[in-house]
Design a binder for this molecule. Structure first.
Ligand SMILES: [Zn+2]
Length: 101
């Protein structure tokens, strides 16, 4: 069996340079776009498109949400935000099953 090596050429959206580790052939290397930062009324979203050397594409989203100074309320907000983000992603992808932690 002949193993075909994944291509090292970057997709058009890859930022290349130090952001791309796929171009060097590392086993865990990834193509990565320039991150897009969106500041909102509740915090910050940082979105980055990622693709591993096998061609699996992902969207990486880092989310910062301002929480209440009240610890009990902050904990409840954190759980609710995580649940709502999960639900929004499932709707966007057309999935209906709930998460398993
Ligand atoms: Zn790349």
């Amino acid at each position: 069996m002949i193993r075909q090596r994944p291509p090292r050429d970057c997709p058009a959206w890859c930022a290349g340079g130090h952001l791309c580790t796929a171009q060097y052939g590392y086993p865990g290397g990834e193509h990565r776009s320039h991150p897009i930062t969106v500041r909102t009324g509740y915090g910050v979203l940082v979105c980055t498109r990622v693709q591993n050397r096998a061609g699996r594409g992902r969207l990486e989203i880092r989310l910062q949400v301002d929480l209440s100074r009240n610890e009990v309320r902050a904990g409840a907000q954190a759980v609710l935000v995580a649940e709502e983000v999960d639900a929004a992603v499932r709707r966007a992808l057309g999935q209906s099953t709930s998460a398993t932690a």
